[in-house]
Design a protein around this ligand. Structure first.
Ligand SMILES: *Cc1c(COP(=O)(O)O)cnc(C)c1O
Length: 396
């Protein structure tokens, strides 16, 4: 059969196979920390094969791998169109270990601004301690190209970014990087493989916080790195060494959540556009950032490379800190919490949540003003969400 299955289908079946463990339609949770052998000769054969680089049985010890994880990884690799997926206990462990597996002493890594707070902190506070130079540049292809030094060996980007939903021209970045043999990594959490296909554009390693849209229910923490076998070899070793492995229950929840991935993303994309348009037309929302809006600075790039634009929207409330807090406190459905991509709609005032410890000047220098609000739509009826936003904005 030559037909290529689409992401929504692969999210349910993974790489299609009829034979299933215990004939179970859903993936069994194998809750064990270690795996036993029947005899010393079985141990001997296993260890000998391992020393020769052959795998005759996957399971040995829980820090290395678990069978539920294996199913989730196979499915994620199929959805992303990757040779291999490695699951992690969080998005951040995927990001940090991917960087650690590929970074070089005296090397230079380019990061793009408007990036995830913890990634920014790792880049600016921790990496210099390991004799790794870093640059944090504007999130666009030209700024990245200008920042390249002779020792640059990794370009690490996000797309869309957060909170400003900047969308990077990925083919342009890959072109620049390939010419100089620089590795490209993208944290595509906000896009998901439903909306963006970075590997098809030649990106080397794709990362996601599976805590968000992939898990989709605000009930688990996980991360995933995807790419070619050879590139992920060291990363896999590091992950098994450290034990940044997700537990069997987490893997089950993730794999189960993926069954509705296609449906959820269709909904998120439609709801995102509808709510962004509503906000843009509302007099109490003075500026709205959503890549699907014509007014967004990267709308043209987003349209060219994304299938949809997801359900994260940032906007400025007309008024000061107090007015913004009044708006948020007046919302009935939106839960006040960070994160995104789950069934419940969430709201955060960025200055208070992710950047509270920054000085006002430091915050404003990266565009985090008091009246900046980020919403992440869930799976509720979109007209109810609009009604809720409307009544809360009316109280500003
Ligand atoms: C949430 C998030 C992370 C971190 O993921 P965790 O699963 O919380 O560790 C990294 N990058 C982006 C873009 C995120 O949204």
């Amino acid at each position: 059969m030559t037909h290529k299955w689409r992401p929504a289908t692969l999210a349910i079946h993974g790489p299609v196979k009829r034979r299933k463990a215990h004939h179970a339609v859903s993936t069994p949770i194998v809750h064990t920390s270690n795996y036993s052998f029947e005899s010393t000769s079985e141990v001997y054969e296993f260890m000998k094969a391992k020393a020769e680089g052959r795998i005759i049985r996957e399971h040995e010890y829980g820090r290395y791998f678990n069978p539920t994880q294996q199913e989730a990884e196979r499915k994620l690799a199929a959805i992303e169109g990757a040779e291999r997926a490695i699951l992690f206990s969080s998005g951040m462990s995927a990001v940090i270990l991917a960087l650690m597996a590929c970074m070089k002493k005296d090397g230079h890594i380019i990061f793009t601004g408007d990036c995830y707070r913890q990634t920014r902190d790792f880049a600016t506070n921790l990496l210099p301690r390991f004799s790794v130079e870093t640059s944090l540049v504007e999130p666009n292809a030209l700024a990245i190209e200008k920042a390249i030094r002779p020792n640059t060996n990794i370009i690490f980007t996000e797309s869309p970014t957060n909170p400003y939903l900047r969308v990077l021209d990925i083919p342009a970045i890959v072109k620049v990087a390939r010419r100089r043999k620089i590795l490209t990594m993208i944290d595509a959490t906000l896009a998901t493989p439903f909306n963006l296909r970075p590997l098809d554009s030649g990106v080397d390693i794709v990362l996601h916080s599976a805590t968000k849209y992939l898990g989709g229910h605000n009930d688990l923490l996980a991360g995933v790195a995807l790419g070619r076998h050879a590139l992920l070899e060291d990363l896999g070793k590091l992950q098994r060494m450290i034990g940044a492995t997700p537990g069997p229950l987490t893997c089950f929840l993730l794999e189960r959540g993926l069954k509705t991935f296609g449906l959820r993303m269709e909904h998120h994309n439609q709801a995102g556009l509808k709510v962004a348009r509503f906000l843009e037309s509302h007099p109490k929302a003075v500026k709205v950032w959503y890549p699907g809006l014509k007014s967004h600075p990267d709308h043209r790039i987003a349209r060219a490379q994304m299938r949809g634009f997801g359900s994260v929207i940032s906007f400025l409330v007309k008024g000061n800190d107090k007015a913004t807090r009044r708006f948020i406190d007046s919302l009935a459905l939106f839960l006040i919490t960070p994160s995104l991509g789950g069934s419940e709609s969430l709201v955060t005032q960025m200055s208070m949540m992710s950047f509270f410890d920054y000085s006002v000047e430091a915050r404003e220098s990266i565009g985090i003003v008091d009246n900046l609000v980020r919403i992440a739509l869930g799976l509720e009826d979109v007209d109810d969400l609009i009604a809720d936003l409307n009544q809360a904005l009316d109280r500003v």
